[in-house]
Design a protein around this ligand. Structure first.
Ligand SMILES: Cc1cc2nc3c(=O)[nH]c(=O)nc-3n(C[C@H](O)[C@H](O)[C@H](O)COP(=O)(O)O)c2cc1C
Length: 256
């Protein structure tokens, strides 16, 4: 069982998304999976040129960058984890650019899915012709679960397009607190990481989450909405005041 995570956060290893991915992969590894945590931020991934030459050349892309290596890891995986911070209500641009480039895995023929909707044929490039199962991991700044509506829809559509089964969606509203170093949140964050670890174990063992784990992942509430708004606004006030003071002192330095 090979599980590969593609993390689309520009913050890479130091980001909140990685806190989630690392805990999840730790669990998966403990359950016997071979895991790999890939940071797209440290790879050279250019935009798809839409030349379509890959479609008719057995998947060979004309762009010479890190995508060839990433695609080979993708198609050899039993499970892929697409991990992303919530960016303007959606997946990050970094993950989107990566996903656009996976068009070269595609099949040039068209077909109807089980609902009569058009999509590409099943790719022959996946290991044993079987597409990997998909897990989505994301976290946001804002504290409501509703913030992930678009991500959830987009990733369901991506799974449909590539004949993949979406086996878990793990969303952490206000996941921005995961790396914030807030002392009083440590117990709740540690508990959440343990649940993510359990989720990784279950996915590696059964390719699905138990109802119990699913429910405890969805229960996560790092910070009540009103407290979030109040604390963030206070922080904005402090930062603006600091900027004002430093602007004033640089003006004074200029005079002297
Ligand atoms: C460009 C940008 C856009 C963002 N857009 C949203 C958004 O639409 N909704 C939200 O809740 N948080 C938004 N955020 C906050 C991030 O989702 C949040 O800080 C997250 O924890 C970042 O994860 P990372 O540390 O792994 O990059 C945005 C942050 C950035 C930098």
């Amino acid at each position: 069982m090979k599980i590969t995570a593609f993390n689309g956060s520009p913050m890479g290893a130091s980001g909140n998304t990685n806190v989630m991915v690392t805990a999840f992969l730790e669990g998966a590894e403990a359950a016997g999976a071979e895991v790999e945590n890939i940071f797209l931020a440290s790879k050279e991934i250019n935009h798809c040129k839409a030349c379509r030459s890959c479609v008719f050349s057995g998947g060979k892309c004309v762009i010479n960058d890190d995508m060839e290596e990433l695609i080979s890891k993708y198609v050899e995986s039993d499970i892929v984890v697409f991990a992303t911070p919530l960016y303007i209500d959606n997946i990050s641009g970094m993950l989107k650019v990566f996903l656009d480039r996976t068009i070269c895995i595609g099949n040039p023929y068209f077909e109807k899915d089980e609902n009569g909707e058009t999509r590409g044929g099943k790719s022959k490039r996946f290991k044993n012709g079987v597409p990997p199962k998909m897990v989505v991991i994301s976290n946001s700044g804002y504290p409501e679960r509703s913030q992930f509506q678009a991500v959830s829809l987009v990733m369901k559509r991506v799974a449909r397009n590539f004949h993949m089964e979406l086996i878990a969606e793990i969303y952490a509203p206000a996941g921005m607190v995961l790396t914030a170093g807030i002392k009083e949140l440590e117990p709740v964050i540690n508990g959440y990481k343990e649940t993510l670890c359990k989720a990784g174990r279950e996915i590696a063992a059964d390719m699905k989450l138990s109802m119990e784990t699913q429910k405890s992942l969805e229960k996560i509430n790092f910070i009540p909405v009103d407290v979030f708004i109040q604390k963030c606004n206070k922080m904005v006030d402090m930062m603006l005041a600091k900027t004002k003071t430093s602007n004033q002192s640089s003006k004074l330095e200029g005079v002297n």
